[in-house]
Design a protein around this ligand. Structure first.
Ligand SMILES: Nc1nc2c(ncn2[C@@H]2O[C@H](COP(=O)(O)OP(=O)(O)OP(=O)(O)O)[C@@H](O)[C@H]2O)c(=O)[nH]1
Ligand SMILES: [Mg+2]
Length: 320
C-alpha cells in the first residue's frame, strides 16, 4: 500500500500567509507545500517546498491588482510548470482568499487544471469581510461556484465570522492569526489521520469518499485534555461560527475522526456518533474513526469534515 501524496497549495496573498503559518508546525512527510502566485514578493515570503511564479510576461512578477482575469490568464500561460509541480499529488488541498485577483482567478483555474489531471481537490477559501465591498464579495461567490463546478469540495470561511467568533474588539492581527490557527488544527489532524493507522482506521479512500461529494464542505477540529469532555468538545466544535453550523444539517456525507486514550469506551464512541448524527438529518454516508493517542500526546482530538451541502444552502451561505 503506497502512502498518499498530499500537496498543500497556497494561492495568492492569503494562501501564502496560511502556508507560512503551517510552515512553523510539523506535518507528516508525505505532505509537500507549494506556493503559487503572480506576485514574486508574496512567494518569496513563504518557506515551502516549491514555488511557482505565474507568468512574468503577463503580471511582471507583481500582484494581479485585484484582476482575477489577469491572474487566470497567468495560470494558463504557466500550465506546463503547474502540471509538473502538481502531477505527483493524490490530492490537492488548496488554501486561498477569494475576492482577490490571485485568490479568485488562480484558484478557479487550478481547480479546472486539477479536474483535467483527475486530482481531487479540497479548498479552504476565506470570503471577504463585508467592509471590502460588493465587488469582492460577488467575485468570491462566483469563484466558489466555479470551483464546485470543477468538482472541488470547497470549505468557505467567511472572514466576517471571525468577528462573531472572537468579538468585535479583537485586533485585526489576532483575527487573522485565529483564522490561520483554525486551518492549522484541521490540517494537522487531517494529515495525521491519513498518515496513522487507527484502531478503527480512516484511510485516504474514506477521505476521498467525503470530499468527492458535490457541493460545499465544512470542516472543524478541536483539541481537549479530558476524555469526559469529548461530548462538550464536539458541541463546541459544532457551534464554531467558522464552521457555518447552520449549513451542517444539509450535509450528505461526513467523517468524524477521534484521537483518544486507551480507556476510551465503546459507549463514548457510540455517544459521539449519535450526537453528530442528530445534527446531520440528511447524511447518507457517516464515517467514524478512532486512533489511540500516542504516548507522548495527552490531547484528545476531534476532526469533522462534512460535504455535499446543497445549492439551496449555498444561496443562504452567500447571504450571511
Ligand atoms: N483570514 C484572512 N483573510 C485574508 C488574509 N489576507 C487576505 N485575506 C482575504 O483574502 C482576500 C484576497 O486578498 P489577497 O489574498 O491579499 O489577494 P490576492 O489573492 O493576493 O490577489 P491580488 O493581490 O489582487 O493579485 C481579501 O479580500 C481578504 O478578504 C489573511 O491573512 N487572513
Ligand atoms: Mg496579493
Amino acid at each position: 500500500m503506497s502512502v498518499a501524496s498530499i500537496i498543500i497549495v497556497g494561492v495568492g496573498g492569503r494562501g501564502c500567509a496560511a502556508l507560512q503559518h503551517l510552515q512553523q508546525h510539523s506535518l507528516p512527510d508525505n505532505i509537500s507545500r507549494i506556493a503559487i502566485s503572480t506576485d514574486k514578493r508574496a512567494l518569496n515570503s513563504v518557506l515551502c517546498d516549491n514555488r511557482v511564479l505565474l507568468s512574468e510576461t503577463i503580471a511582471n512578477g507583481r500582484s494581479s491588482g485585484g484582476n482575477a482575469e489577469l491572474a487566470a490568464a497567468a495560470v494558463r500561460d504557466t500550465e506546463p510548470a503547474l502540471r509538473q509541480a502538481l502531477c505527483s499529488a493524490d490530492v490537492i488541498i488548496m488554501l486561498t482568499g477569494l475576492g482577490g485577483g490571485n485568490g479568485s482567478g488562480v484558484a478557479t483555474e487550478l481547480a479546472k487544471l486539477a479536474a483535467d489531471m483527475a486530482i481531487p481537490v479540497l479548498v479552504f477559501a476565506t470570503l471577504p469581510f463585508n467592509f471590502e465591498g460588493q465587488r469582492r464579495a460577488l467575485l468570491a461567490q462566483q469563484s466558489l461556484l466555479t470551483m464546485q463546478q470543477y468538482g472541488a469540495a470547497v470549505v468557505a470561511l467567511p472572514n466576517d465570522q471571525l468577528q462573531r467568533a472572537l468579538g468585535a474588539a479583537t485586533r485585526l492581527e489576532q483575527a487573522l492569526d485565529a483564522s490561520n490557527q483554525f486551518l492549522l488544527v484541521i490540517l494537522q489532524q487531517l494529515t495525521a489521520m491519513l498518515a496513522d493507522t487507527g484502531l478503527i482506521n480512516m484511510d485516504f479512500n474514506d477521505f476521498l469518499s467525503v470530499i468527492k461529494q458535490p457541493g460545499l464542505a465544512l470542516a472543524g477540529a478541536i483539541e481537549t485534555e479530558q476524555e469526559d469532555d469529548l461530548p462538550a468538545a464536539l458541541q463546541k466544535l459544532l457551534l464554531n461560527p467558522l464552521l457555518q453550523p447552520q449549513q451542517l444539517s444539509q450535509a450528505k456525507a461526513a467523517l468524524l475522526h477521534i484521537v483518544a486514550g486507551k480507556g476510551f469506551s465503546l459507549q463514548q464512541f457510540e455517544a459521539l456518533g449519535l450526537q453528530l448524527a442528530a445534527e446531520l438529518p440528511n447524511v447518507a454516508l457517516l464515517l467514524q474513526g478512532l486512533t489511540l493517542q500516542p504516548e507522548a500526546d495527552t490531547k484528545l482530538k476531534l476532526l469533522l469534515l462534512a460535504s455535499g451541502i446543497s445549492a439551496d444552502c449555498r444561496a443562504k451561505l452567500l447571504c450571511v
